[in-house]
Every structure is written in C-alpha cells, then in structure tokens.
Ligand binder design. Structure first.
Ligand code: AN0
Ligand code: CP
Length: 317
C-alpha cells in the first residue's frame, strides 16, 4: 500500500481486521520495519487522539517521528496557485510540500474541510497536493471528506464487540453548536457499506450526505425507528452537505441527543463516538459513562489502525 486515503486502499476488510488483531496482540515485534525511517505528521487542524496514537504506532514500529503544527510556528502558507503573495502568507504549499518530503519517508496529513468551497473540499485539494508533490507515501489523518484511520479503528472495535455475525449498526446525527465536517460520517458510512452489516443512517431532513459514501445504506428520518433493535449506535454531528446549505447548521434539536431513553429502544446497543464529544449535546453523561459505552476502547484502537496502515506502507517502501 502506498497511500491511504479511503477504504479501497486497505483491500479485503476481513484480512485487514485479522492483521490488526494480530498487531494488537503483539505490537512490538516489527521494530525492524521502521528502523531509520522517519514519519512526518503535518497538522493543519487540532488533534488529541490522531497525534498521540499515530506517534505511538510509529514508535511501536521503530520509526522516528517529526510533528509539524502548521498553525503554530511555521510560516503562514498560501495554498492557491497564481496568487500574488503580497499579503500575510510567507510561503507557498508548492515549496513547503517537497521540502517536508525531503526530511522523511512517510507523511501523514490532517486537513479538514474549510467550508469555503465545496469543490475544493470534495476535491481534497490539500491532501492531493501532498500526494502529488511530496514524493512520499501519504496517509490521511482526517482530510476534508474522510477519516479512514478512524473508520478502521471503528471497524476493529465493532468486530471485537459484536455478538451476532451481522449486527445492526445505526449512525445517528446529533446536535452540536459548531459546524462540523462530514469527514467522519462519510468515512464511517463508506466503511460500513463495505461490510455486510445491517447499516442504517438517521438524521433530520436536510442532512443527507453525499450519496457516494452512503450508497447501500438505509436512510431513516425517524431516529426512534432507526434505533429499534440496534446493536451499535454511532453518534456524530455534521453540517449540511447539500446545496445551497453546504457547511451550514440546519438544526440544533436536542431531541436528537443520544440519551438513556433513546438507548432503551435498542438491542442493549453499544455506544460509539470518535471523540472529541460534547456531553449533553451529542450524548448524555449517563450513556457515555455506561458499561455499554465503547468510546475509550474505540480511541485505543486508533493506535492499532495507525500501526496497520504504517506497517503496510513501510512494507511497500
Ligand atoms: C472533528 C470533526 O468532526 O471532523 C474531528 C473529529 C475526529 N471534530 C471537531 O472539530 C469537534
Ligand atoms: N477521533 C479523532 O480523530 O480525534 P482527534 O481529533 O483528537 O485526533
């Protein structure tokens, strides 16, 4: 595997999960793979889990790690070609990317949707430039439209906890005070549609995602109906995708918050969220603290998903 940006890059999912579980059982046996290899992680946005879990995964593999927070201490970067750079941006991405590539063997990039242009966001303008100009394998640490390291960790978590071969997995929209990208729900939908699970998405009208990611899923606008018989409840907020509301908040309806009453409709479901989560907006305190909440093991599996991806990339060098 050279680049990792979406579900197709990982190949067979059963094989990926079994490889991930083998890594989890013995995570320090591949130190030779990363010896004298350097990972560079480039963050255009904040992170807790992705930064720590990916660095840990790289260290498990014997790699050296460099982290760059683009917004803290680096030169302000211009991303548009053709601009007369007489403003506050001192350097162009088109120089910065190959320079970064010259100091490392593998690059991870976090670059969220900016909600300025749907075309730029859905064209993955920043991530694609890293792939094109860095000369290195590139993996997404959440880009504008997908968060594949998260979805892989989510899949591993479901496989570890499922009690039936084909669980019912329900992804529900939940309210949030700020406009959030569609990357996590797009990606989760894309990965769930690649399994044979019974996968249902529920959200208020107007929050339809890009069908490219949801094809094969059932959409149910009635949250209570969707939750009936669920084995896993995956909560996430996202801003509207469809025009003319791209990037806008259309609802703050707290009747969509995942509460104990909502969970009572399910088949004693596990609760999942990628974190960070706003309590009592997305999920009530009692649900996230309950024994059915998987948020901590789910976050712990980010180390495993990152290690699987880095291992595969290192094997291809
Ligand atoms: C981000 C998002 O919703 O995409 C990152 C989630 C992993 N969340 C926030 O910005 C709160
Ligand atoms: N889930 C996730 O990617 O968390 P961070 O934004 O903290 O990295």
């Amino acid at each position: 595997m050279r680049n990792f940006t979406c579900v197709n890059d990982i190949g067979d999912l059963r094989q990926a999960v079994s490889e991930a579980l083998a890594i989890k059982a013995d995570r320090f046996s591949m130190q030779h793979l990363g010896r004298n290899k350097t990972l560079m992680m480039v963050f255009f946005n904040s992170s807790l889990r992705t930064r720590l879990s990916t660095q840990k995964a790289a260290m498990n593999l014997g790699m050296n790690v460099i982290v760059l927070d683009v917004n803290q201490g680096a030169w302000k970067l211009e991303t548009e070609r053709g601009v007369i750079m007489d403003g506050d941006k001192s350097e162009h991405l088109l120089e910065a990317i190959p320079v970064m590539g010259s100091y490392c063997d593998v690059i991870g990039v976090r670059s969220f949707a900016r909600f300025e242009s749907k075309e730029d966001d859905y064209g993955e303008k920043i991530l694609q430039q890293f792939i094109r100009y860095s000369g290195r394998p590139v993996f997404s640490m959440e880009a504008a439209t997908r968060h594949p390291l998260q979805s892989l960790a989510d899949l591993i978590t479901i496989e570890e906890h499922k009690l039936t071969e084909r669980p019912k997995v329900v992804m529900t929209w939940a309210p949030h005070p700020k406009a959030l990208p569609q990357a996590v729900p797009n990606s989760f939908a894309e990965w769930m549609c690649a399994t044979d699970y019974d996968f249902v998405i529920t959200h208020p009208e107007g929050y339809e995602l890009d069908p490219e990611f949801t094809r094969g899923a059932r959409i149910e606008y009635d949250q209570d109906k969707a939750l009936q018989g669920a084995d896993f409840v995956y909560a996430k907020n996202w801003a509207a995708y469809t025009d003319p509301n791209y990037g806008k908040i259309l609802s703050r309806d707290r009747s969509w918050t995942v509460t104990a009453e909502k969970m009572a409709l399910t088949n004693n479901a596990f609760f999942m969220h990628c974190l960070p989560v706003r309590r009592n907006m997305i999920v009530s305190d009692d649900v996230i603290e309950s024994p059915r909440s998987l948020v901590i093991p789910e976050a712990a599996n980010r180390e495993i998903s990152a290690q699987l991806v880095l291992k595969r990339i290192l094997e291809s060098l």
